[in-house]
Design a protein around this ligand. Structure first.
Ligand code: PMV
Length: 344
C-alpha cells in the first residue's frame, strides 16, 4: 500500500454560480455516471451562487456537512460524502471533511441549487487536496454530483457535451459572459421545495413516450441554439429555448409517475410573456423542474420587463441575473453572502 501524501493545506473555499439551461438536460444514459441522454446549453447566472468551504481533517471519523447553517439531512449528506469520495480517490487520501455550504438564493425551487452546490464542492475539495485539474476535468467530476453542475464550472454561455464515457462528458464555454448582455428575470411564484427532485425525475424520463423524440431532436436544437447565441439572434434563441422547455415539460407530464411542476401563476407568466413578445417586447421564457419562470430579455429592457412581471398576480418576487463567470476559489475572508435578491 502506498502512503497517502502529507497535506500541508487542507482547506479551501470556492464560489460557483447557478446556471440556466436554454436547451435542457433531462434523463440519463447512465444514472451511475450521470451521462446525459442529450447535450445541453446554459447561461451562468451571476450573483446567484453557492459558497462552499471544505476542510479535510485528520481528527474526523465521518464527513460533517452543514448546509444553510443546518446539519444536512441524511440523504443530502450521503450524496455529498459520495461525491467527496471521487475527489479523495483521485488524491489518494482517506481523510474525512468538514463541509459548510450556503446559497444566496432559495433552494429547491427551480433555481438550480444542485448545479452551483456540486460545482463549488468539487472545486473546493479538489483545491483543498491540492489536485491540479483542468477545467474540463473539474466539470466532468462536478457532473458526477449533479449533471447540471458540470455547466457551473465554466463561465458565460456553456455547452455540456454528451460524451460516451466519464472523461468525455464535460461542459465548456462557447461564449464569454460579456458576449451578450442577456438578463434572466426569475419570476418567483413558489418558494416551496419541489416535491420530486431532478435525480428522481431523470430516472422517470425514459418512461415517457415523448422522450425518444425529444432526445432525437436535441442535436438539431443544440445547433440552432449555439448559432443563435454566437449570432446574438434574440428571436431565434427565443423560439428554440421556449420549444425546448416545453418539450422537457411534455416528457415530465407524460412519464410514470407523471410530474407536473407548473402552478397557475406559472401559466399566467408564460401567457403574458408570449403576449408581450407578439407585441414586439423582446422576452422569452424557460422553466426548469419547478414552478418559477425564467424570463430572458436584453439587459437594457430588464427594468421595464421586471416591472411588468411583478404586476402579474401570483408573482411574489423577481430575481435578476446577468451572464456569470466560472467557478472560482475564493479567500474565505472575502466571502460575502447577500441573502434574498442580490439585484433588487
Ligand atoms: O442537474 P440536475 O440533476 O439537477 O438536473 C437539472 C435538470 C433541469 O434543471 C430541469 C434542466 C437543466 O438542464 O438544467
Amino acid at each position: 500500500m502506498t502512503t497517502p501524501p502529507a497535506l500541508t493545506a487542507h482547506i479551501a473555499t470556492a464560489r460557483a454560480n447557478s446556471n440556466l439551461a436554454l436547451i435542457k438536460y433531462w434523463g440519463n444514459r447512465s444514472d451511475a455516471l450521470r451521462l446525459p441522454a442529450n447535450g445541453s446549453i446554459s447561461i451562468g447566472l451571476a450573483g446567484l451562487f453557492t459558497i462552499t468551504t471544505v476542510a479535510f481533517r485528520a481528527d474526523l471519523t465521518a464527513d460533517q456537512i452543514t448546509i444553510e447553517e443546518q446539519r444536512a439531512p441524511e440523504q443530502a449528506a450521503a450524496r455529498v460524502s459520495h461525491h467527496l469520495d471521487h475527489v479523495r480517490q483521485l488524491a489518494g487520501v482517506t481523510q474525512r471533511a468538514e463541509v459548510t455550504s450556503r446559497n444566496n438564493f432559495p433552494t429547491g425551487a427551480g433555481i438550480a441549487s444542485s448545479a452551483s452546490a456540486f460545482a463549488a464542492l468539487t472545486l473546493a475539495a479538489a483545491t483543498a487536496l491540492q489536485l491540479s485539474l483542468t477545467e474540463r476535468e473539474l466539470s466532468a467530476i462536478a457532473r458526477l454530483g449533479s449533471g447540471s453542475a458540470s455547466r457551473s464550472i465554466p463561465g458565460g454561455y456553456v455547452e455540456w457535451h454528451v460524451g460516451d464515457r466519464h472523461s468525455d462528458s464535460y461542459a465548456e464555454t462557447i461564449a464569454p459572459p460579456d458576449h451578450w448582455a442577456l438578463c434572466d428575470l426569475i419570476a418567483v411564484v413558489s418558494r416551496a421545495h419541489k416535491s420530486t427532485g431532478s435525480t428522481e425525475g431523470h430516472a422517470i424520463a425514459a418512461t415517457s413516450p415523448f422522450q425518444v423524440a425529444r432526445v432525437a431532436g436535441a442535436v438539431e436544437r443544440l445547433a440552432i441554439c449555439r448559432k443563435a447565441i454566437l449570432d446574438r439572434d434574440f428571436d431565434a434563441l427565443a423560439a428554440i429555448a421556449e420549444v425546448d422547455s416545453t418539450l422537457m415539460h411534455a416528457v415530465m407530464m407524460t412519464g410514470t409517475p407523471a410530474l407536473f411542476y407548473w402552478q397557475p401563476a406559472t401559466l399566467a407568466v408564460m401567457e403574458s410573456v408570449r403576449t408581450w413578445r407578439s407585441a414586439g417586447i423582446p422576452v422569452f421564457y424557460t422553466i426548469d423542474a419547478g414552478a418559477n419562470v425564467h424570463c430572458l430579455c436584453p439587459a437594457a429592457q430588464a427594468d421595464a420587463i421586471a416591472g411588468r412581471l411583478k404586476a402579474i398576480p401570483g408573482v411574489t418576487d423577481v430575481l435578476r441575473a446577468l451572464p456569470g463567470g466560472p467557478a472560482e476559489v475564493i479567500d474565505k475572508a472575502d466571502e460575502v453572502i447577500a441573502h434574498g435578491n442580490p439585484h433588487p
